[in-house]
Design a binder for this molecule. Sequence first.
Ligand code: SF4
Length: 360
Amino acid sequence: MNLSSEFRDPDLCRRVLEQIQHLADSPFRFMEVCGTHTVSIFQSGIKSLLPENISHLSGPGCPVCVTHDLEVNTFLALAKMDLRLATFGDLMRVPGSRGDSLKKVQAEGARVDIVYSAFDALQLAVDNPSENVVFLAVGFETTAPTVAATVKVALKQQVENFFILPMHKLVPPALQALASDPDIRVDGLLLPGHVSTITGIEPFMFLAGDYNLPAVISGFEPLDILQSIQILLRMHKEKTPAVINSYKRAVADQGNPRARKVMQEVFKPVDTAWRGLGDIPGSGLSLRKEYLGFDARRKFEPAPLQPETNTGCKCGQVLKGKILPPQCPLFASVCTPAEPVGPCMVSTEGSCAAFFKYSL
Ligand code: SF4
């Protein structure tokens, strides 16, 4: 199948849409976990084509959006120290508790480099041996293995001026927290395709087993998403909640064991705080003992974290699917992509940014 045409074929999409309309005989609330799905649903027009009784909510699958205020404050504190930060561009405009951002502190003289991978950051350290380079390690299971591999290379090559600030988050524990929250009512989940390439299907099986919640690992093309919604509706109609991998062209049921192995060699699971979702047991990653020398928190001990301030941002409720972005009083008035108040408006995968770009 030609991915660029057949997975966007209007006739095929129309046929699946007709089946969706036939199956959606009562109100349904589905959540897409992954920010890339959010953007794809808007970009392809799926949101406006779905029957009115299907609501689509964005979940906690944008790594920038779920980076906690305290983590943002930590890397902003590091930026003000005598070192060089290497980061993905998405983090540049995320506001900290006092309205600072990497972009602002960079304008004031902080050394911040945008890189495209952890290996780029390691190379920056190798090329600049007189400077300490700290890589801001955000992301889910998708990026953690590459960061782990980079740390292993740094150890092998004895690069002594390379460090990471571990802020990785694991998706299955977050979904466990969402599924067990009685205030969050969703009828099915579109599971993240990229994360699933690493995890495989097994870590998500509890959704159907423990919570009777249908879930589908979905690709990102319009036909992928429509088929996944159709599968969710069919499972409801037949009362057979299950976890289905409908993205088999990219996701093996067993995931990527080699990537998980390197991740597990370097990192261990720890409790961590998510923006909006709070502390979630076992949902973060910290460096194992033999790699602690690469931990920027231990090495530089950034200044005590500032308390959170109340900006009025409702990202927490957006990430839990409790409100849609336009229900935030700041949406499109005080908070815009040019002047974001919260991270959901910063990242291109953020729900608020997607609503702003495609709905206004
Ligand atoms: S519109 Fe802005 S302030 Fe409101 S929830 Fe979204 S990011 Fe936060």
